[in-house]
Design a protein around this ligand. Structure first.
Ligand code: IMP
Length: 204
């Protein structure tokens, strides 16, 4: 049976199982209107579990369950990434690992180099995916997956957002996720898509 977050049983604090400040900011904005306050695993001093799953949902489950078990509170995790058609879906679940010292300049350069090598630099198609999992301390979990499709552009543009945002132009937009107002990204992103599904099942 699907489970909702119940404020009288679960409280109004949601543990957010991420050490990524960009994700934390976006998730905070998504949960606030529902009366939940975020506390991150970083603030609670909880360790990062090994993300050794083979899908976004497996990795989101690993992070959410570890945080819920350690904190004794419901925890929300996002596992996400970008899949590039001409690179057969890479970097996908390895998106964070293409960064060098957590910097995404080199990751975006690598994408451009790999596309150039394949002569695939003309409006390359890509999509972001976000898997969101809520885990409760008793082990129950609810999972949702969202996507946003678009094309890539080089060189990177804009300093809003995080990760690969400066090279991604969502369908119907002319500016990158790094250039558009964050409120527009937050209404149409892969994370927003997954969160809408989550809200319909677990929050409303
Ligand atoms: P994770 O923390 O292992 O899920 O790694 C996700 C990685 O995917 C991030 O570090 C970013 O590089 C990338 N990513 C996920 N969502 C976004 C987004 O909304 N914008 C830009 N990059 C993203």
């Amino acid at each position: 049976m699907r489970r909702k977050l119940d404020k009288s049983r679960d409280g109004t604090t949601l543990v957010i199982a991420t050490h990524n400040q960009g994700k934390l900011r976006e998730i905070n904005e998504l949960i606030e209107p529902y009366g939940f306050a975020a506390v991150s695993v970083g603030e609670l001093g909880l360790p990062e579990p090994a993300e050794d799953g083979t899908t976004y949902i497996e990795n989101a489950r690993i992070k959410a369950l570890a945080a819920a078990t350690a904190s004794g509170k419901p925890a929300l995790a996002d596992d996400s990434g970008i899949s590039i058609d001409a690179l057969h879906g890479a970097p996908g679940i390895f998106s964070a690992r293409w960064a060098v010292d957590k910097k995404f300049g080199p990751a975006m350069e690598r994408v451009e180099e790999e596309l150039a090598w394949r002569e695939a630099l003309t409006e390359p198609k890509a999509h972001f995916v976000s898997a969101l999992t809520i885990a409760w301390p008793d082990g129950h979990m609810e999972d949702f997956e969202g996507t946003v499709h678009g094309t890539l552009t080089f060189p990177p543009r804009g300093d809003h957002g995080f990760g690969y945002d400066p090279i991604f132009i969502a369908e119907g937009q002319s500016q990158t996720f790094g250039e558009i107002d964050p409120s527009i990204k937050n209404a149409m992103s892969h994370r927003a898509d997954a969160f809408k599904q989550l809200a319909a099942v677990c929050l409303e």
